[in-house]
Structure formats: C-alpha cells, structure tokens
Design a protein. Structure first.
Length: 309
C-alpha cells in the first residue's frame, strides 16, 4: 500500500512537472511571439519617427539655411520680387532676401559684376547678355497694358495705330475715334525692360517721340491718370481703376488671351543667374526651388501674373 502511494505521488509529481513544462513552453512561445511582435514593430516605429522628423523639418521650412540672397533689376517686377521674397523668408526665417529696383538693364549689369545673385529683367535677355554668361530663367509671363486717363472715350486701338501714336505720326485722339485732344505720349526711361519689350513688339525701337520718359511703372501709372490726353504702357499686374486699359486689335489682355498668343503685348519676367541654376549656391537654388513649388506658383498668381507653360 505504501509502495502504491509512493508510486502515485511520483506519478502526480511527474504529471505536474510535465504540465508546468508545457505551460512554460506556451509561455515562452507567447513571450517570444510578443517579443517578436515588439521587435517587428520597432522598424515601423522607427519609420514613423523618421516620417515625423521629416514632416517637422518640412514644416520648419529651410530651418538649416541661413545667409542672404540679393536681387536687382526691373521695376515692373517689384510686386513679384517682394511677394516672392516675403513668402520664401516665411519658410526660411534665417535667410534674408533683398531686392533693388533699378531697371532691367541695370539689374543685369549688377549680376554680371557679381554684386547680386539674381538679375530681374522684364524682357528676354539679349544675345550679348547671354554670351556674357547670364542664363534666362523665366519665372512668369506678364502682359503690357496700354493706358489712358479715365475721361478718354477710346477703348480699342489697332497695333499699327498705336505704333504711329508712339512715333508721332498720329497726334490727336480724334484720329482714333476719340475726343479732339492732343495725345501726350508717356513712356519709360532707356534701359527699362518694359520699354524694350513694348518697342520691340510694336517694331518702334529707337523711333518713339516721348513727351516724358519716367523711371518706374508706378510713375507712368500716376502720370497718365493725372494727365488729360495721355497714353502710356505699364505692366498688366499693376493696372487699376485710376486709368483705362485699352484693347489691342480688339483683344483684351487676360491670362487666356496671353497664353493663346492672341494678345500682342506680352513679355517674360526673368530672374537671371550667372550660369545655370544648378551651378548657384545652396540658397539661390533653394529660392528657385521655392519659386517652382506650389507655394511659389500661388505667389505668381496672387500678383496677377501668369505661370509659364
């Protein structure tokens, strides 16, 4: 009886140990599985952390960038240059972007001299400027609006008649269906990108009989608005209700008519660099990256310009 009891106790102990072993294996498997799951999740967590870091970096803009970018050139590009600089600096708070508005030719001369990083020109670059190393980076398209004072009844003018107005062959508005009033021909100063583009498009370069030559888009706008019988030309993006904008060949200036080529008076807005953009320093490259981004395109649209196709 005693032996049977000993055997039964031994059997019970063995059974308990086997059960414990089985449970231990199960626990170990479960633990290994949990550890495995945790280990498997570690790369995912790391990837999530990396994605978060990247998002934070993007949200911070160019937090690692610092320094300055200098632009100079076209007065017609003042609104675009200032708006683009402000938007870029919001994304890159440690970078200073400054722009001077000295005229297209003067800006390109500053670029060639190395005193600025970008030369703003409201016209295509000349062969001579390109031969000197300047690269034409077209960032926007602008129309040139022909304007009169608001009392003028002329609303449409043929391009050939407009050319005759500027060369002095037509001197009175009555010859164009308007009032019996002398035409006061207002234009930009020599070296202006707007003037160069306007005269080239009308084929009147160096033939114009200006009553006054003014040194900025704003000055032309103000002078025409205040002068009975005046006519002038300005960048389309600054046209406002202080003056009348004329149709050219019965075509009104708009994004659609400019892109279609139906509106005659249009020109590129160029941010020129010495050498290709890829050859510029990190800051200048990042500035052009911003211009070509969705944010940059929104800036171009916001100032009334057209994104190049």
């Amino acid at each position: 009886m005693k032996n049977k009891l000993v055997k039964m106790m031994a059997l019970l102990t063995a059974t308990t140990m086997v059960a414990a072993g089985v449970m231990g294996c199960g626990s170990s498997d479960t633990s290994t599985g949990a550890d495995g799951d945790a280990n498997a999740n570690e790369p995912a967590a790391s990837e999530a952390d990396n994605a978060t870091d990247a998002a934070d970096s993007e949200a911070a803009g160019g937090a690692d960038l610092s320094g300055s970018i200098k632009l100079a050139g076209s007065t017609s590009m003042e609104k675009l240059a200032n708006a683009m600089a402000e938007a870029y600096m919001e994304k890159n708070p440690n970078v200073s972007v400054t722009a001077e508005f000295t005229g297209s030719s003067a800006g390109l001369e500053s670029l060639a001299a190395g005193s600025v990083d970008i030369g703003d020109a409201s016209r295509a670059l000349s062969d001579e400027e390109k031969a000197g190393g300047a690269v034409e980076n077209i960032v926007a398209i602008d129309g040139i609006a022909v304007i009169t004072d608001t009392a003028n009844t002329v609303t449409d003018i043929k391009s050939e008649d407009l050319a005759k107005v500027y060369t002095g062959e037509i001197t009175n508005w009555k010859d164009l269906g308007g009032p019996d009033e002398s035409i006061v021909v207002i234009g930009r100063e020599a070296g202006s990108g707007t003037r160069d583009a306007f005269e080239e498009l009308l084929d009147v370069k160096d033939k114009c009989a200006y009553a006054q030559e003014l040194d900025s888009t704003g000055a032309v706008l103000a002078k025409v608005a205040a002068t009975p019988g005046a006519v002038g030309y300005i960048s389309l993006d600054v046209l406002d209700d202080t003056v009348n904008g004329l149709k050219i060949n019965s075509v009104e200036p708009s994004e659609e008519t400019i892109l279609s080529g139906d509106y005659l008076l249009q020109r590129p807005f160029v941010m020129a660099t010495m050498g290709e953009i890829s050859e510029q320093n990190e800051l200048v490259q990042s500035f052009f990256d911003f211009i070509n981004s969705d944010d940059g395109k929104n800036v171009i649209k916001s100032v009334g310009l057209i994104i190049p196709q």
